[in-house]
Write a protein that binds this ligand. Sequence first.
Ligand SMILES: Nc1ncnc2c1ncn2[C@@H]1O[C@H](COP(=O)(O)OP(=O)(O)OP(=O)(O)O)[C@@H](O)[C@H]1O
Ligand SMILES: [Mg+2]
Length: 257
Amino acid sequence: MTIKVSGLRKSFVSRGKHVLALDGVDLDIAQGEFVALLGPSGSGKSTVLNLIAGIESPTEGRITFFDSGGDEVTPKLGYMTQQDSLLPWKTALQNVALLSKVKGIGAASAEAAAKSWLEKMGLNGFQSHYPSELSGGMRKRVALAQLLAHQPDVLLLDEPFGALDAQLKLVMQDELLKVWDADKKTVLFVTHDLSEALTLADRVIVFTGRPGKIKLVLNVPLSRPRNVFKDRFTPQFQDCYQVLWDALDPASANAET
Ligand SMILES: Nc1ncnc2c1ncn2[C@@H]1O[C@H](COP(=O)(O)OP(=O)(O)OP(=O)(O)O)[C@@H](O)[C@H]1O
Ligand SMILES: [Mg+2]
């Protein structure tokens, strides 16, 4: 699935005032590409995902999806929002199996698949726990398992690992890269963590502060498969980190590409 975003502008009316959240964003995302979005708080990263997911409509501009043959299509999207959306009255296992059941897959195979996704997310033994009995990080992992069990063409992930401790974050990044390597879904991944963006992505897009515009596009030169635990200590990684760090400095010049 390729995604073409052109001339995207989005303004909101909030408390009687117009807020321009995005101002002219153009972005072509290739089939199977892993793209990370970085930028200060309020720069419109979640808004980009909401627009791609169709939850919000653009004020101006267009978002189009194409299959490998170049035909315009409606993709199957998997969206993990910044707030998780697990059903509180269902257990971890029931939450993960939910979407498969909605799709009409038999209960037994939906639950078997759900179990294996929960295992991959390191949640063995928590299948029968309700969301209120899980930590914030565990809930995030259940939400990710739910999303992956649904097998979407495009993954929209909004700070999915933000609540995790430093070690677990790396384990989850590694797990996500394995899943992505296996069937090369197109991924848009919002993060505030520069190392996370570099470790995971083919391309890192840095947004300016509000109104959000693209300030920098960095093609990550690190080879694949990535080593989540070791790549960060290489000079090449450190150089890229410096580039991103400078781009996020509010004092640095705009519209660099
Ligand atoms: N539904 C809405 N109604 C009014 N204003 C909104 C709405 N959604 C977003 N905004 C505004 O748009 C701007 C961009 O918000 P957005 O949530 O996209 O930022 P973000 O880059 O994801 O920030 P963060 O890193 O804090 O999550 C903010 O000023 C926010 O207040
Ligand atoms: Mg956000």
